[in-house]
Design a protein around this ligand. Structure first.
Ligand code: PFF
Length: 478
C-alpha cells in the first residue's frame, strides 16, 4: 500500500548532484561572476575566490548537507532538532527563501520574455526582437507593468509545476535533464562568442591577472568574492539543508560537497567565456557589462547584430539562462514546501505537497508581482524607506527599487546572518564532531576533518562576519 507518511528523497546520488548543482548555478554565476571577476583582478580574483570557496563555501555547504541528512528534516526543523539555542535560526530560512524567490522570479520572467522575443525573430514575427535595439526592448518591457507581471507569473508557474511533481518526480527529473542540456548549450554559446572578432578583449578582461585591484582595495575585493561564493552556492537559505535531508546515507558527503562547490566555480568561469567576449566584441561600454544590462541589453544587441544565426544563438542563450534560473528557484520554493509537508506528515495528515506548493507560490507571487510592476524602480512605485531618505544626498541602494529592497533584506541581512549563526552553532554548540559522525557513516572517510574543524570554529565565522559587514556596506552605502 502507498504510505502517505513516507518521506521521499532523491532517487539517485547523480540526481541529487544535478539538483544541488542546479540550485548553485543560476543568475548569480551567469551575470554576476564574470564581471566581478574582471573588475576584481581577473586571475588574481579567481585565486581569492577559490580560496574562499574552500574555507567558507565548502565548509558551510558540508555542514548544511550533514545537518539536513542527520535530522532528515527541512531547514526549520533541522536547526530545532540539533540545538535549542539556535532553534529560531531555522525560521529565518523559509522567510529568506521566499523573499529571494520573489525577485528571482521577476528576473526569471524577463529571461522567458527574451526567449520568446528570439523565437519571434527566428520566425520573422512582428512580436520578435528583429530590428530593435536591446535598450529599447528592455525599457519597454520593464515599463509595461502588465507584461512584466505576466512573465513573472509564467516563470513562477513553471516552478509550481516542478515542485508539485515532488522531489524525485519533479525537481530531480527536471534537473537531470536540464543540467546536461544547460552545459551543452553553454559550450555552443562559448564557441560562438569566443570566435567573434574582438572577443579576445573580453577574455583578457576576465582572465588576465591584475593584482592592482587587490593591492588597492583588498577588503572590497574580498567582500565581493565572499558574497559571491556564498550566494552562488545557495548557502544559508535552507536549500542545502533540505536537499541534504533527501540524500542517501551511504553516499560520501565530502565528495558531494566538493563536486557541487567545484561545479559552481567552473560554471562561473565558463559563463564568463560565454558572455564577456561577446559583450566586448560589440564594443559595449563598461557599465553595460554587469547587472541586468549585460543580460537584457548588451547580449540582446550581440544576437541582433549576428545576422540570420542571431535568433538561434539568442534562443539557446536565453533558454540556458531560464534553465539556470529555474533550477535555482525550485530549490528556493522547496524550502517552505519541505517544512509544510514535513509538518503535515508529522501531524498524520499525509504530505499535501500540492496544496502547500500552491500556498508558498502564491505568497511569492504577490511580492514578485510588486517587483515586476516596479520595473527596477522605473515606474514610480512606492518603495519602503524612499520617502524617509528623500532629503539625503544619495539614496541608499536598497530603496532604489523593490528588487533592491527585497535583495537587501535577504542577501544583505538574513543570508549572512544565518550563515554566521549556522557556523557558530555547528562549531560551538552542536560541535564539529557530530558532523564528523554523519560524514563517516557507512565507512566513508573524512580526510579533511582537521581542516574542517578549524575552519568551522574560527575561520569561516570570521569571514562570515566580514561578509555581513560587506553586504551592509553595499546596501547602505556607508
Ligand atoms: N545560487 C543561485 C545563483 O547563483 O543564482 C541563487 C540562489 C539559489 C541563492 C538558491 C540561494 C538559494 F537558496
Amino acid at each position: 500500500m502507498h504510505n502517505m507518511d513516507e518521506r521521499k528523497g532523491f532517487r539517485s546520488n547523480l540526481g541529487f548532484l544535478m539538483a544541488a548543482i542546479g540550485s548553485a548555478v543560476g543568475l548569480g554565476n551567469i551575470w554576476g561572476f564574470p564581471f566581478k571577476m574582471g573588475r576584481g583582478g581577473g586571475f588574481a580574483f579567481l585565486l581569492l575566490y577559490l580560496l574562499l570557496t574552500a574555507v567558507c563555501g565548502f565548509v558551510l555547504l558540508l555542514s548544511e548537507l550533514a545537518l539536513g541528512r542527520m535530522t532528515s528534516s527541512n531547514g526549520v526543523m533541522a536547526y530545532g532538532a540539533v540545538s535549542r539555542r539556535f532553534r529560531w535560526v531555522g525560521w529565518v530560512t523559509p522567510v529568506t527563501a521566499v523573499l529571494i524567490l520573489s525577485f528571482y522570479s521577476a528576473l526569471g520572467g524577463y529571461c522567458v520574455k527574451y526567449l520568446v522575443l528570439n523565437v519571434g525573430s527566428l520566425l520573422g514575427a512582428p512580436w520578435g526582437a528583429a530590428g530593435r535595439d536591446g535598450a529599447t526592448i528592455f525599457a519597454s518591457l520593464i515599463g509595461n507593468q502588465a507584461e512584466s507581471v505576466i512573465y513573472g507569473m509564467i516563470f513562477l508557474l513553471l516552478n509550481l509545476l516542478i515542485v508539485m511533481g515532488g522531489v524525485s518526480g519533479g525537481i530531480e527529473r527536471f534537473c537531470t535533464v536540464g543540467m546536461p542540456a544547460l552545459f551543452v548549450m553553454l559550450v555552443i554559446v562559448i564557441i560562438r562568442s569566443c570566435t567573434l572578432p574582438g572577443a579576445a578583449a573580453g577574455l583578457r578582461f576576465m582572465y588576465a591577472p591584475n593584482f592592482e585591484p587587490l593591492r588597492q582595495n583588498f577588503l572590497d575585493v574580498l567582500k565581493t568574492a565572499g558574497g559571491q561564493v556564498f550566494f552562488s552556492l545557495s548557502l544559508a537559505v535552507g536549500t542545502m539543508v533540505t536537499y541534504g535531508s533527501y540524500t542517501d546515507r551511504r553516499q560520501s558527503l565530502t565528495k558531494n560537497a566538493a563536486v557541487i562547490a567545484a561545479c559552481g566555480a567552473l560554471v562561473g568561469l565558463l559563463a564568463g567565456m560565454a558572455v564577456l567576449p561577446a559583450a566586448f566584441a560589440t564594443g559595449a561600454p563598461m557599465e553595460a557589462m554587469g547587472g541586468p544590462d549585460l543580460l537584457f541589453i548588451t547580449l540582446q544587441n550581440v544576437f541582433g547584430k549576428m545576422g540570420p544565426a542571431g535568433p538561434i544563438f539568442g534562443i539557446l542563450f536565453y533558454a540556458l539562462v531560464t534553465l539556470a534560473a529555474a533550477s535555482s528557484s525550485v530549490s528556493l520554493l522547496e524550502v517552505p514546501v519541505a517544512y509544510l509537508t514535513d509538518r503535515s506528515r508529522l501531524l498524520g495528515r499525509g504530505d499535501r505537497r500540492r496544496r502547500y506548493t500552491l500556498w508558498a507560490t502564491l505568497v511569492a507571487a504577490v511580492l514578485c508581482a510588486v517587483t515586476c510592476a516596479d520595473g527596477l524602480g522605473t515606474n514610480g512605485l512606492w518603495v519602503p524607506f524612499q520617502r524617509f531618505f528623500a532629503g539625503a544626498e544619495r539614496l541608499p541602494v536598497f530603496c532604489e527599487s523593490w528588487l533592491s529592497f527585497l535583495d537587501m533584506i535577504a542577501e544583505g541581512l538574513l543570508m549572512p546572518l544565518c550563515g554566521l549563526l549556522t557556523c557558530v552553532m555547528v562549531g560551538w554548540d552542536l560541535g564539529p564532531d557530530a558532523i564528523r559522525r554523519e560524514v563517516e557513516l557507512h565507512g566513508n572517510r573524512f580526510a579533511s576533518y582537521g581542516f574542517y574543524r578549524f575552519c568551522v570554529r574560527y575561520v569561516t565565522p570570521l569571514l562570515m562576519l566580514f561578509i555581513l559587514w560587506g553586504q551592509l556596506k553595499n546596501f547602505f552605502g556607508f
